[in-house]
Design a protein around this ligand. Structure first.
Ligand code: DGJ
Length: 732
């Protein structure tokens, strides 16, 4: 097996390396883990990065014996804590019985293991065989409390990726409280970086933001109980001149679906620190003696060739090592979802007309969205009552499912397993399942409340109800929704000094329920959703191989949403639908062809009343479906290149290339038209310059070098929002 981790025992230097990257750190002064380097692979480290000694005022000296020049306050560290003369933001805070937060983490030992250990109860990257990765586990210890911190570093053999996580073990005799536990820290020297993040809002998710980093601490995070629409758990550090194809890009993504925190600090001498972990808002984890706490995992990558390559690496590691579902390699069915077609106003007969039309158009799956259960005619009732509404399905759900299957379509169904309505049988029987703070009135959002999924009996109740629907019926797909964020956080089954565990226990409960269901029903394709893309993260991808990107399916708004999403997540993970115009979220009118072309960036579906399409529209939809069936293997699983950004131009262009570089789809969307437009010439990327490619529509032959270097003139249309798709195939 190839050695991926080298340890210089004499100088205590750890070098993680593969063909693409190197990551180096050492033990300074026999105790402190000092970060040395992360970047392009180096053959061998010769010791030149010993941190210079300099006396600095007000920076602490740790211990007089080490001299006044050694200070942890400026040293780039691997994992810092409060109280150890490092005044920058710390990776961990450990509260002790005497009221102190102060610990001193000192290097204790290390171990190297083949492959990658599992993180019990948490989603994580997996390797099939042990040769694919190696893991270094470095143990730090606070001698007084005897609490140990095991830092896990896994380097992948074939990818420029290192995963990080930390396990904290209370080997002492007293109870301690973890009040902050980052999954990783990385310190860079005085380097010029900008931060790329993905903030957003409901129906406006993952908008790329590039910010200058000033001195001080900036936190990008969520404490909404979910990874959130508002700030995706991702951050990249890039040079000011880094673009899609050139320059350094360091990317970090958190494999977690709950509260997160990316803390970025530029210190007094312009060094950069980044801590990533569970948000410390309301976090307080009680660790009894002999107990341990496992942090979630972070995946980090380095690209010397710009942001595109960073994204391609994330796509690959998420696709190959996080997503487990057997559907991951299967082309995704084209579906029609009845939500925007009917909302709550439907019955079996009405749905059958949509199914009939779907069949005619070549659609492959019908998804029954919200409103099929309890007595849910609006969003104010029945969550928690997962039994069929007999008024809407008088002859039972299986009758309708048979109808769908007999028409040759698959059948999918919507659940929102984490929620409860006051107006429900579940609430009547188990009012205590509703998460609330004693003596306070819980806060509604969309008239609904959150179930305490951290409690086993609550999860069991929902699981049993879902089984009663899933066992007797042939269900091919589940859409798992979550339509509000968590408030009134309190767990009736915990003591007052354990209440800081509630948010994380909720997420552990969610993962447990997802694990049980996805294990019991491996033949069901699961799709994640949270009122659109409010929980679009690598943690969910472990359970659901596709996720609804946004409730906003306006083609133009989707350009930004999908562009931002593609920074981290592969196309097959992202579902994307064609809906009606004027668009129901922003009122915009766009051509049907453009809606189709933009939705083909991800897993294509339709979300409108198909029976209301006129004949021309039906023809157009048929054409889209025929085309998509021909190209979806490529668009869903090919290598993605972003060519033009909607964030800084009037055009968006992206391209997908097959692994053998013989098959290429280019899509260009022109946003606003102009009477006097400038001509644009998209230039492709990632082709073989030696191949000749045929434009399938025109039979024109163009060299791969020409497509990449000279580009091709884009067509001018005197119309807003026009998309053009090009299909090129290599001919030699
Ligand atoms: C929010 C989802 O994003 C929609 O697609 C739809 O499923 C509704 N919830 C149903 O309540």
């Amino acid at each position: 097996m190839q050695n991926l981790i080298t340890v210089d025992e004499k100088n205590k230097v750890f070098h993680l390396h593969n063909k693409q990257i190197s990551y180096l750190f050492s033990v300074e002064q026999g105790a402190t883990l000092a970060h040395l380097y992360f970047g392009k692979r180096i053959r061998q480290y010769h010791g030149q990065l010993k941190y210079p000694r300099l006396l600095r005022g007000f920076s602490g000296n740790l211990a007089d014996v080490l001299g006044r020049e050694f200070s942890r306050d400026t040293l780039p560290e691997e994992y810092s804590s409060a109280g150890e003369m490092d005044y920058r933001t710390s990776a961990t805070v450990l509260y002790q019985k005497n009221g102190s937060n102060s610990i001193l983490l000192r290097y204790k030992s290390y171990e190297i293991v083949a492959g990658k250990p599992k993180l019990n109860g948490l989603p994580h990257s997996l390797v099939k065989d042990e040769d694919e990765a190696q893991t270094l586990i470095v143990t730090l210890e606070d001698q007084l409390t005897q609490v140990e911190y095991q830092l896990f570093y896994t380097i992948f053999r074939d990818l420029p990726v290192i995963s990080r996580a930390v396990k904290i073990i209370n080997s002492g005799e007293e109870v301690v409280h973890l009040r902050k536990a980052a999954s990783m820290q990385i310190d860079f020297g005085n380097e010029d970086f900008e931060a790329i993040t993905l903030p957003g809002a409901h129906a406006n998710e993952r908008h790329l933001q590039r910010s200058k980093i000033d001195q001080g601490i900036r936190v990008y995070g969520s404490h909404r109980g979910a990874s959130s629409h508002q700030m995706n758990p991702f951050l990249a550090l890039v040079r000011p001149n880094t673009d899609e194809f050139a320059g350094d890009a360091y990317g970090f993504t958190f494999v977690y679906s709950g509260n997160h925190m990316f803390e970025l600090e530029k210190d007094q001498i312009n060094q950069i620190r980044l801590n990533i972990g569970i948000n410390d808002f309301n976090f307080d984890w009680k660790l009894e003696p002999n107990e341990d706490f496992q942090t979630p995992e972070v995946l980090m990558t380095y690209s010397p060739n710009g942001i595109n390559q960073m994204s391609q690496t994330f796509h690959q590691v998420i696709f190959d090592h996080i997503i487990r579902s057997k559907f991951k390699n299967k082309v995704r069915p084209i579906l029609v979802n009845n939500w925007e077609a009917t909302y709550f106003d439907f019955n079996e007969k009405k749905l059958q007309t949509i199914v009939d039309q779907a069949k005619d158009l070549g659609i492959e799956m019908f998804v029954l969205d919200d409103g099929w259960f309890g007595h849910r005619d609006a969003d104010n009732s029945s969550l928690g009552d997962w039994f069929v509404d007999q008024r809407k399905f008088p002859t039972g759900l299986s009758h309708f499912i048979d109808y769908v299957h007999n028409q040759g379509l698959k059948f999918g169904i919507w659940f929102e397993p984490e929620m409860i309505s006051y107006d429900s049988e579940l609430y009547k029987k188990h009012p205590d399942y509703l998460m609330h703070v004693p003596n306070r009135i819980p806060n509604p959002d969309r008239h609904q409340y959150v179930l305490d999924l951290g409690r086993k009996e609550v999860r069991q109740n929902i699981f049993d109800q879902m089984v009663k629907i899933l066992d007797p019926n042939q269900i091919d797909y589940i859409k798992w929704d979550m339509n509000r964020h968590i408030s009134d956080i309190y767990k009736a089954d915990l003591t007052p000094d354990e209440q800081g565990e509630a948010y994380h226990r909720y997420i552990l409960g969610l993962y447990d329920l997802l694990e049980k269901l996805t294990t019991r029903y491996p033949n069901i394709l699961f799709e994640g959703c949270s009122d659109g893309g409010g929980r679009f993260d690598a943690g969910m991808a472990y359970y659901t191989p596709q996720i609804w990107a946004s409730d906003n399916s306006d083609a133009i708004a989707r350009l930004k949403i999908q562009y931002g999403t593609s920074l981290v997540y592969p196309q097959s993970l992202m579902t994307s639908h064609v809906s009606v115009c004027p668009n129901e979220q922003n009122g915009r009118v766009t051509p049907l062809a453009t809606r189709g072309a933009v939705a083909m960036w991800g897993d294509l579906g339709y979300e409108l009343d198909l029976t209301k399409l006129n004949d021309d529209e039906k023809e157009e939809v048929k054409k889209q479906i025929t085309l998509y069936k021909q190209i979806r293997k490529l668009t869903q699983f090919g290598t993605l290149y972003r060519l033009k950004s909607p964030f800084n131009s009037n055009q968006t262009a992206w391209e997908v290339v097959s692994s053998d570089k013989r098959d290429v789809i280019l899509t260009v969307v022109n946003i606003l038209s102009s009477a006097q437009p400038s001509f644009t010439k998209p230039k492709l990327a990632g082709l073989n310059p030696e191949y000749d490619y045929k434009n399938i529509a025109t039979n024109e032959i163009i060299g791969g070098d020409e497509l990449m270097d000279t580009g091709i003139y884009d067509e001018v249309a005197h119309q807003d929002f026009v998309a053009k798709m090009y299909h090129f195939k290599a001919v030699n």
